[in-house]
Design a protein around this ligand. Structure first.
Ligand SMILES: Nc1nc2c(c(=O)[nH]1)N[C@H]1C(S)=C(S)[C@@H](COP(=O)(O)OP(=O)(O)OC[C@H]3O[C@@H](n4cnc5c(=O)[nH]c(N)nc54)[C@H](O)[C@@H]3O)O[C@H]1N2
Ligand SMILES: Nc1nc2c(c(=O)[nH]1)N[C@H]1C(S)=C(S)[C@@H](COP(=O)(O)OP(=O)(O)OC[C@H]3O[C@@H](n4cnc5c(=O)[nH]c(N)nc54)[C@H](O)[C@@H]3O)O[C@H]1N2
Ligand SMILES: [Mo]
Length: 763
């Protein structure tokens, strides 16, 4: 930790370097990881090896000696702990008692070891057989209206499991297949699809070897995708310029010391990453991008007057796009004063950034939750697409849109059918392939599923991983409603809070983790996942399972399906469980163009590419062209300014994976020891008469009549723009209203939450 000149807390070190080695070692020692963990790490993310269970960053065909990062290692070590949360543990602790524990302490109990059902008489989870679990779940589900049951997935389970899970929901009778993506990159799936006809990014990993500039919005690679730091460093060394738009000065975008480079480790002299770092106000990106576009047009006009070549790609715009004239008119009509006001950035800085964009022949736009988690998140993304289209920066090497996905297989789950949107799934093909009529009506998203809990129409929740109740907005309101359900089923590796606020009947079904060996009737099984760049990789688990009572996620899904559904010779649950290659054959039949020869191709180094039409400039949009979408607002926030109101960004620390908290530090931001903090700049502190160390509450200020509050936050001076504060997810989730989400995709607006600060007195 360091105190800067203006007394804000910050980190003076670099991303990577010895800090990352220490961070990893700390978890390695504390987690008492089992012998062989280091072997597993050595195989991580390499062809024929094990694909990390952490983030979805690409896996290069020519990997580094160690193709894992501090946080990927933490995730693997976390899975391979020697600690066990066995049925004995539940004999000692009632569920009501455990509900009083901290989330951190729950997961620290270690791996779940045996299937359990909730016993109301003793208020305990008690061990049961797998057969009893499957029969019990099926009996409950048969009594319910299929439309009242949700099949949620957190984006980790393999393509094989996910495909079966989606079939299970549809054969049972619904499209209620929301996924963690509904809180994450659903904005991308909707906005990119509308604009360029692709729900996923258009880049491949090797595009980063060819780009001249990156426009880098709201994504934090140092913590959330640290293996990205290598391509970023290589790009900068080649002369590529990275322009960052982020309210927080994230260390991972400023300085990197490559832990695999002995010389750099010895000298600890970092590579400076960002060429310009623009601390945009939260929700100010549309305005910032309009500013960039405005300067591009101004430069173009100047060049035209001087008889010089245009900086716009007119050939591309004419042949491949619609809507340019409208967008251009809006940009020209937008004043610099509005742009500066909403973005919080200076005209001169935006012009300098646009000059870099104009000078670059090839540009990649990178983004994450800073763009997707806003009320006008779709417009954030679509305005960025517009800027890229102006210079033909989509559909050629070294250029394109690069959303950085979260969970390790979240994109893949959508690819193979986990989707509440029937139009995204080849339902006719499924009907033909499996001889049942899949439902055609729209299923529930995460947000509408919560609304269903509120109005009582949702009666049961099957959870393929995740910690739904902690991850969602308004969790203080949803938690009690969750408990009124007839049934909750949790397929999980470790205990978490969602398991303890169960429905009337509840089952806790422990599964193998991805690094573990999965032996079925035909022998050891491999699985597959899709990374952020639409490449599919095989993954072998080799480690001895945490308990001999664990089943694979695939076997659990098939077990429920077999007990629940009427016999259908085409739904070969038992054969599929016995041999996952047969599931891959079924996937290859449903998605022939993308997954042909799946079983062979999945072992290609670097994975196989399933293709993306937008990359070939074939636009699967309504107009058949790439569409410029004129934004209707300059602010991505859902409410305007008001006296006392301030915007909260909910953040991830370097010591967490979503709701899993590894520790209470946030090394790369220089923060230590507590997650109950409120980050705020000294100017805002002075304006609001706040002292460093003082305890405050945050109170929701979204303008509805629901009271939302989080107490006990310690005021911590931090370098942020005016008008905003930072707090951690999931602790501050009770402040995010359920209805406060992206207009088009319903992704909760977790980066632009309106709140007020209330002093608690004392410090
Ligand atoms: N170690 C670790 N790795 C992870 C995860 C984890 O929790 N821990 N989570 C995984 C998952 S599921 C996901 S989705 C990804 C998430 O990875 P990211 O997309 O990086 O998500 P966040 O860290 O939530 O926020 C990203 C950045 O947005 C910035 N930001 C906030 N508001 C704005 C804004 O209005 N505009 C701009 N331009 N920037 C803004 C924040 O300061 C932050 O640096 O990471 C994945 N990887
Ligand atoms: N305020 C706010 N809210 C947010 C966000 C934010 O930035 N701000 N981010 C959102 C985002 S991007 C996401 S993706 C969601 C995350 O929401 P979820 O995906 O639902 O949550 P996780 O915390 O990733 O789930 C952790 C649990 O998954 C289980 N688990 C871990 N590994 C495995 C496995 O291999 N198999 C199975 N079956 N289970 C496993 C463990 O029991 C663990 O406790 O949260 C969202 N919520
Ligand atoms: Mo995510």
């Amino acid at each position: 930790m360091a105190q800067s000149d203006d007394d804000t807390v910050r980190y003076d070190g670099s991303a990577g370097g010895w800090g990352s080695v220490k961070g990893m070692t700390k978890v390695l020692l504390r987690e008492r990881s089992s012998p062989g963990t280091l072997d597993t790490l050595a195989r991580q993310n390499k062809a024929g090896g094990y694909m990390c269970n952490s983030c979805a960053w690409g896996k290069p065909a020519e990997p580094h000696t160690f193709e894992f990062c501090e946080n990927g290692a933490k995730a693997t070590i976390w899975d391979l702990t020697r600690d066990r949360c066995s049925p004995d543990f539940f004999k000692q602790h009632s569920v009501t008692e455990l509900r009083g524990w901290e989330d951190y302490d729950l997961e620290m109990q270690g791996r779940l070891t045996a299937p359990m059902r909730y016993d109301a008489a003793t208020d305990r989870y008690v061990e049961c057989s797998w057969a009893d679990a499957f029969q019990g779940i099926a009996a409950e589900l048969k009594q319910l209206d299929p439309k009242s049951v949700i099949f949620y997935a957190s984006g980790k389970a393999s393509l094989e499991t996910s495909y079966l899970y989606a079939l299970l929901a549809r054969a049972y009778g619904n499209n209620n297949l929301p996924d963690s993506s509904n809180m994450c990159h659903e904005t991308t799936s909707v906005a990119l699809k509308e604009s360029i006809g692709s729900p996923v990014g258009t880049c491949k990993l090797d595009d980063f070897e060819h780009c001249d500039a990156m426009l880098y919005f709201g994504q934090n690679p140092g913590t959330n995708s640290p293996r990205f730091l290598h391509p970023l460093q290589d790009a900068v060394k080649r002369g590529c310029k990275i322009i960052v738009f982020n309210p927080v000065r994230e260390t991972g975008l400023l300085r990197f010391v490559d832990p695999q480079n002995p010389l750099q480790m010895a000298t600890q002299k970092p590579t400076d990453l960002a060429h310009m770092y623009l601390q945009v106000r939260p929700g100010g990106d549309i305005a910032a991008i309009m500013g960039l576009a405005k300067h591009v047009l101004a430069v173009d006009a100047k060049r035209a007057a001087a008889g010089e070549p245009s900086v716009l790609d007119h050939g591309f715009i004419d042949q491949h796009t619609t809507g340019f004239d409208d967008f251009k008119a809006r940009v020209e009509a937008t004043g610099w004063d509005e742009i500066e006001h909403h973005s919080g950035l200076k005209r001169a800085d935006l012009e300098a950034a646009a000059d870099v964009y104009v000078a670059a022949e090839k540009t990649i736009a990178v983004y994450g939750m800073g763009l997707t988690q806003h009320v006008h998140g779709s417009q954030n993304i679509q305005t960025l697409v517009n800027l890229m289209l102006m210079r033909g920066n989509i559909g050629r090497q070294g250029a394109g849109m690069s959303p950085v996905r979260g969970h390790s297989n979240v994109q893949g789950q959508r690819t193979v059918g986990i989707s509440e949107k029937p139009e995204l799934v080849p339902l006719d093909k499924i009907a033909e392939q499996f001889g049942f009529e899949p439902p055609r009506d729209e299923g529930h998203t995460t947000v509408t599923a919560c609304e269903g809990l509120k109005d009582g129409s949702v009666r049961a929740f099957i959870n393929l991983g995740g910690n739904f109740v902690r991850a969602i907005p308004d969790h203080g309101i949803i938690e009690p409603l969750w408990q009124q359900q007839a049934l909750t089923v949790y397929i999980a590796t470790k205990l978490n809070r969602s398991h303890l606020v169960h429905g009337k009947a509840s089952y806790l079904l422990p599964c193998l983790a991805r690094p573990e060996e999965d032996i079925q009737a035909s022998g050891p099984q491999s699985v597959s996942i899709e990374d952020s760049f639409s490449h599919i990789h095989g993954s072998w688990g080799k480690r001895t399972p945490a308990s001999d009572k664990l089943l694979s996620e695939t076997a659990i899904v098939a077990g429920i399906a077999e007990a629940l559904l009427p016999p259908n010779p085409k739904l070969r649950w038992r054969d599929w469980t016995g041999n996952y290659a047969l599931i891959r054959d079924a996937i290859a039949e449903t998605y022939a163009e993308q997954f042909h020869d799946f079983n062979e191709r999945m072992w290609e180094p670097g994975g196989f590419y399933r293709g993306n039409k937008a990359r070939e400039r074939i636009w699967l949009t309504e107009s058949g062209k790439a569409e410029f979408k004129t934004p209707t607002t300059l602010s991505a926030l859902g409410v305007g300014e008001a006296e006392g109101r301030i915007t909260l960004i909910t953040m991830r620390s370097n010591d967490q994976f979503n709701t899993t908290i590894y520790g209470h530090d946030d090394r790369l931001r220089g923060l230590e020891g507590s997650r109950m903090i409120l980050l705020i700049n000294p100017r805002e502190m002075a304006r609001r008469n706040l002292r460093a160390g003082e305890m405050v509450s945050l109170v929701g200020d979204a303008g509805d009549d629901t009271h939302r509050e989080v107490r006990g936050l310690k005021v911590t001076p931090f370098d942020l723009p005016d008008g905003c504060v930072g707090g951690y997810y999931p602790e501050t989730n009770p402040l995010v209203p359920l209805w406060y989400h992206d207009k088009a995709s319903k992704t909760p607006a977790s980066k632009g939450v309106p709140v007020r600060i209330v002093s608690e007195g004392g410090s």
